[in-house]
Write a protein of this length. Structure first.
Length: 255
């Protein structure tokens, strides 16, 4: 005979089990077939579906490691007329907010198209493991609400698939390393000029738009540089600074 205490414990255990957090998933009403990821290279992750069905999505056993503030080089080859969108759950909240979308684009092609880009882990991201989601939707960039064929990390699409991986972030920097690797952008956001400070001698600055295309490159001899952003299209840009101490990236918003 179960005592009231045993029954209470059992009820509590069931409640805790039932409330376990999990990620939502996008849906693809007509399946994946030829509309899915064919190859994904992200840092040390080198994935192909192999014998797996294109509807298999959980590859979180595969991971890559990156230092906070640095970029993950990515190459995503998708099937017929598929776009590409990438999120990382940077606050481990079991959801992918709009601010955690790090890339989206739609070009597409037949039988496939390769997207080459980089995603930057923001400075200050704590050391830990984070889920990365790559959505490969047919006829959509996967993110913008104007897409008639679906949008969002958990959206409703017509065709396509998605894949989840793990990103391990090393968020710790020593005092000496931090002094060399941090640079600043001011003002940010901007609609005109942008001052980049902390470049270091013999530094190289590369400005890329949100789709990874190079907008401007400069070789600098001093610790700071002023760029004119007034002619740049409004949006998000990545500023990459490379010098003898290494490479760092920051996000810039142009209004």
């Amino acid at each position: 005979m179960r005592t009231p205490y045993a029954m209470a414990f059992l009820s509590c255990s069931l409640a805790l089990t039932g409330s376990a957090q999990s990620y939502c998933s996008p849906t693809f009403a007509n399946g994946c077939f030829d509309w899915h990821s064919i190859e994904i290279i992200a840092g040390s992750i080198n994935w192909t579906p192999g014998a797996d069905d294109c509807a298999v999505s959980d590859y979180t056993s595969l991971s890559t490691t990156v230092i906070a503030g640095s970029a993950i080089s990515m190459h995503v080859t998708n099937g017929v007329w598929c776009g590409c969108a990438v999120w990382i759950d940077l606050d481990n909240s079991y959801s992918f907010e709009d601010g955690e979308n790090l890339y989206y684009n739609y070009v597409g092609g037949s039988p496939s198209y390769q997207y080459d880009f980089g995603v930057t882990i923001p400075n200050g991201t704590p050391t830990g493991s984070y889920r990365m989601r790559i959505v490969s939707p047919w006829g959509s960039d996967g993110f913008q609400t104007s897409n008639g064929n679906g949008f969002g990390s958990c959206g409703s699409f017509q065709y396509g698939n998605y894949n989840d991986f793990t990103v391990n972030v090393n968020g710790s920097l020593g005092v000496e390393d931090a002094a060399h690797e941090v640079f600043t952008l001011s003002p940010n956001p901007t609609s005109a000029g942008i001052t980049i400070s902390g470049v270091g001698p013999l530094g190289r600055i590369t400005v890329m738009d949100f789709q990874g295309r190079v907008v401007e490159q400069r070789q600098v001899q001093s610790d700071r540089l002023v760029l004119d952003a007034s002619a740049w299209t409004s949006g998000v840009y990545m500023i990459r600074v490379s010098n003898a101490e290494g490479t760092r990236m920051e996000r810039l918003v142009v209004q």
